[in-house]
Design a binder for this molecule. Structure first.
Ligand code: TPP
Ligand code: MG
Length: 601
């Protein structure tokens, strides 16, 4: 039997080591689907409920495997559905290839059914590489370049294959004029800065007395070197959201997350440092970096197009984080004075106490901070944690302490809702041997998570570690936005847009054959997490949480406090509860150490 273009594409994906393609069928990719049948489903076609979910699964897979994520969709509506997931890949710098169908070549330009101008649609999101295959000889080059570019630029790329081209007999490029052959080998490489640049960086870091280090996901391969730099420089280390799993929170000088969802010690370290060393992060909020002119700065980043932004750094080192640090470390002088680092360490210790106290504040019915705080010590040290966008991201960033082999991620830059459950599915395909935990709000669950529970039920048999826990903060509110409206605009809660219907997530899970637990009282929280984490399969555990507990930023500004007060005056329907919970949470920062929060604050 002759090999068709579609057969060739699947075979080439396998040659690249692709094991899973997250997708959804449609007649724009019928040729590919038929080829999958002939190939005995290799690489495995993983069926999502929606193409956006397939793209999120590919992103989750790539984030947790360190390998390429691949997704597939039909022309027209399928392609359009992919977009948000592909943008998530683009903004978080994740390698993903999208395979997309298109109408037959003979119908193109004929306003044909499901014909959408895919080059215009993907022009921005797949700006690094986007091509349509119109004759077999373009392969393997087009596919190879899509994959190579996705890896090299850490970006989404797209290959469009018209339906009739998928069914053509494959014929390889020849040695002729206008033919473009391609090869497969992908050897390791790393970028390193020049010696003189490294020397200049060392001079800046050696001159500082109060060094702060900020790490992002780009520092992931340089765990030990970052640690060594911090110890030599007597520095503290703050982590951008995507870099939370880069360094263990068990190190006493690690101040945890930074930014709006950050911790107070991170905020204070950035405020008070005289030198900033940023490694592998494009953390966007300059107001959480030192005041301009107050600190000297060095940045290390792999991407020469991205470096030097966000802060007026003095030295910008383009290079791989580990390779660059290996060159920098021998030039760093050990700082004998340790009072700055000690100050940071005691700030971290105090912050942990504040977080415990905030978690212990009573609420109606359950304090959302307590739910995350309670999970923290129960997490296995090899857990993969995903988090959705919403108030839960605050609790993820502040209450979970990364340690051991733990991994964690969320939609760091696009901050899209609805990625938590599909990321966790991607994680289970990336690491079927490890437990995964998704932290999700009820809005995100209603948007995407509920449907993707069906995908979980469909594929659970493939995962050798059966644990996949989906924790839901059921506050019947789009709470993060409710609070943003109050804090930014002084607007009262607008129930028509914010209130969510109550849904029994646990019963829905049970209907799919999973463990389902609904928790209505604080005293049941710990037992519920334990039960979910030891279930012999996927488990959904929902907590009825209090929407009046505010996700207070580490340093609520005066303007934000005033705006919130204004929203109360303007008649927020929840004002009594808000004031009660807001003050109770905030006051924990000022209470003497270890004093338990009292319920009658
Ligand atoms: C696709 C998308 N739509 C809207 C938003 C704006 N948004 C951010 S958080 C949020 C509320 C999330 O609600 P929920 O999932 O219930 O979590 P909660 O904040 O209540 O804990 C919204 C609407 C977004 N980030 N992404
Ligand atoms: Mg909610």
């Amino acid at each position: 039997m002759t090999m068709k273009v579609a057969d060739y594409i699947l075979a080439r994906l396998s040659e690249w080591g692709v094991e899973n393609v997250f997708g959804y069928p449609g007649d724009g990719i019928n040729g590919l689907l038929a080829a999958w049948g002939r190939a005995d489903n290799e690489p495995r076609f993983v069926q999502a409920r929606h193409e956006e979910m397939a793209a999120f699964q590919a992103v989750g897979y790539a984030k947790f495997s360190g390998r390429l994520g691949v997704c597939a969709a039909t022309s027209g509506p399928g392609a359009i559905h992919l977009l948000n997931g592909l943008y998530d890949a683009k903004l978080d710098h994740v390698p993903v290839v999208a395979l997309v169908g298109q109408t037959h070549r003979s119908a193109m330009g004929g306003s044909y059914q499901q014909e959408v101008d895919l080059h215009s649609l993907f022009k921005d999101v797949a700006s690094d590489f986007l091509e349509t295959v119109t004759v077999p000889e373009q392969l393997p080059n087009v596919l190879d370049r899509a994959i190579r570019t996705a890896y090299a630029r850490r970006a989404p790329t797209a290959v469009i294959i018209p339906a009739d081209v998928q069914d053509l007999d494959y014929s390889a490029p020849t040695h002729e004029f206008k033919m473009v052959p391609s090869s497969l080998d992908r050897s390791g490489w790393s970028a390193v800065p020049s010696n003189s640049a490294v020397e200049r960086a060392a001079e800046v870091l050696n001159a500082g007395e109060r060094v702060a280090i900020l790490v992002g996901q780009g520092a992931a391969g340089a765990r030990e070197e970052v640690q060594q730099a911090a110890e030599t420089l007597g520095a503290g280390v703050a982590k951008a959201l995507l870099g939370l799993d880069v360094l263990s929170d068990e190190l006493p000088y690690v101040t945890g997350s930074t930014g709006l969802l950050g911790t107070r010690p991170s905020y204070e370290m950035m405020r008070d440092c005289d030198t900033l060393l940023t490694i592998g992060s494009s953390f966007p909020y300059s107001q959480f970096l030192p005041e301009f002119g107050k600190a000297r700065g060095v940045q290390i980043d792999l991407d020469p197009h991205m470096i030097g932004m966000r802060y007026p750094y003095e030295v910008n080192l383009v290079g791989d984080a580990r390779e660059t640090l290996l060159r920098l470390l021998p030039l760093l002088e050990r700082k004998e004075a340790r009072d700055w680092q000690e100050e940071i360490v005691s700030g971290v210790r105090r912050w942990r106490e504040v977080m415990s106290s905030r978690a212990e504040v009573s609420a109606d019915p359950i304090n959302p901070e307590y739910v995350a705080h309670c999970l923290d010590p129960l997490l296995p040290s090899d857990a993969i944690v995903t988090c959705d966008s919403g108030s839960v991201a605050n609790w993820y960033a502040r209450h979970l302490r990364m340690r051991g082999q733990m991994r964690g991620s969320l939609s760091g830059t696009l901050a899209t809702m609805g990625c938590g459950v599909p990321y966790a599915i991607g994680a289970k395909f990336a690491r079927p041997d490890r437990p995964a935990v998704a932290l999700v709000g009820d809005g995100a669950m209603q948007m995407n998570g509920l449907a993707e529970l069906i995908t979980v039920a469909k594929y659970r048999h493939l995962w050798e570690d059966p644990r996949l826990v989906i924790g839901i903060w059921n506050n019947q509110d789009l709470n993060q936005v409710t609070w943003e409206m109050r804090a930014m605009g002084g607007a009262p809660q607008f129930l028509a847009s914010q209130a969510l219907p109550d849904v029994s997530y646990a019963r829905f899970a049970e209907s799919l054959g999973m463990t389902g637990i609904r928790v209505e009282k604080p005293e049941q929280v710990e037992r519920a997490w334990r039960e979910a984490l030891s279930a012999e399969g996927p488990a959904v555990v929902e907590f009825l949480t209090d929407p009046d507990v505010p996700p207070i930023p580490p340093h609520a500004t005066r303007e934000q406090m005033e705006a919130t007060a204004e929203s109360i005056i303007k008649g927020d329907p929840d004002r009594a509860g808000m004031v009660r919970q807001g003050l109770k949470a905030k006051v924990q920062e000022f209470l003497p150490h270890r004093k338990k929060a009292s319920d009658d604050a």
